[in-house]
Design a protein around this ligand. Structure first.
Ligand code: CP
Ligand code: NVA
Length: 300
């Protein structure tokens, strides 16, 4: 494993090995025995979109492991003024040991890895959010013990989260179901891949997706970069909500996850959100542990 660009590039063994290391790092942190696994390592954190969790968990995680994280906003970098990513990659490779990037096009992340000579981590694109899904898998395993035979149901937009969850679920042996309006399905190549490699259901019926689910997941109806579609999307997604009624057909011990930020009374009711807040905020915490594991694997 040289980079973390998308989960498709990882084997099932890669994923489990990251999760195992993340569990170990979480244990070490709780017990105050964490070592400087990233001592002397400099990691650039490029953001072309807003972030709370990704920025802070990467910065805090790098600090805790003895490394140095440089927050690089595209507003300040020449990349924001049109310097090509190919050149940025080659320049940053001469100064740094690794790069995390949050941007729009997946191709930009792939190009950064292709033209640079240091590990690249995808911190969210329009296509994928692998760091988030690794944290989600870690959280699911904490609550459920293992993945085998679990059903993960996603309610809402077939966006970057849905794309990465499909891959994460299928690679770990879960079945995946998504309820989304027509025209808002996940990436069609990933759907084909999932059909060949596991069990996937795509439906417009929320209860069909949620029925007997062990994990119910949702995300915003309008992602970053889609702000101008917000009004149209609010109409299209009406009813695609994680609420008490829709959740009533899931398993009794269902957990509810949300990558955050959440829009209460849109994709999830405040009532369900608060009832499952422990799961959702443990999930947010696990970003820290899982990303530390990814950095240690790629940089050590
Ligand atoms: N879930 C997530 O990536 O959150 P941020 O956008 O705050 O980084
Ligand atoms: N789908 C959301 C996820 C945010 C973490 C977005 O891309 O804005």
């Amino acid at each position: 494993m040289r980079h973390l660009l998308k989960l498709e590039d990882l084997t099932r063994e890669d994923i489990l090995s990251i999760l195992n290391l993340a569990d170990q790092l979480k244990f070490e942190r709780i017990n105050g025995v964490q070592k400087d696994y990233l001592k002397g390592k400099k990691i650039g954190l490029i953001f072309q979109k807003a972030s709370t969790r990704t920025r802070v968990s990467f910065e805090a995680g790098i600090y805790e492991l003895g490394g140095y994280g440089l927050f690089l906003s595209s507003n300040d970098l020449q990349i924001g003024r049109g310097e090509p990513v190919q050149d940025t990659a080659r320049v940053l490779s001469r100064y740094l040991d690794g790069i995390m990037i949050r941007t729009f096009a997946q191709q930009e992340v792939e190009d950064l890895a292709k033209y640079g000579s240091i590990p690249v981590i995808n911190g969210l694109t329009d296509y994928a959010h692998p760091c988030q899904v690794l944290a989600d898998l870690m959280t699911i395993r904490e609550y459920k013990g293992s993945f085998k035979g679990l059903k993960l149901a996603f309610v809402g937009d077939g966006n970057n989260m849905a794309n990465s969850l499909i891959v994460g679920a299928i690679k770990t042996g879960m079945s995946f179901a998504i309820a989304c309006p027509k025209g808002y399905e996940p990436d069609k190549h990933l759907i084909e891949w999932a059909k060949e490699n596991g069990n996937i259901t795509i439906t417009q019926d929320v209860k069909e997706a949620v029925k007997d689910a062990d994990v119910v997941y949702t995300d915003v109806w309008a992602s970053m970069g889609q702000e101008e579609e917000r009004a149209k999307r609010i109409k299209a997604f009406a009813g695609y909500q994680v609420n008490k009624e829709n959740l009533s057909v899931a398993k009794n011990d269902v957990i509810v996850l949300h990558c955050l930020p959440a829009h209460r009374e849109e994709e999830i009711t405040a009532e369900v959100f608060e009832a499952h807040a422990d799961e959702i905020f443990n999930q947010a915490e696990n970003r820290l542990h899982v990303q530390k594991a990814v950095m240690v694997k790629l940089l050590k």
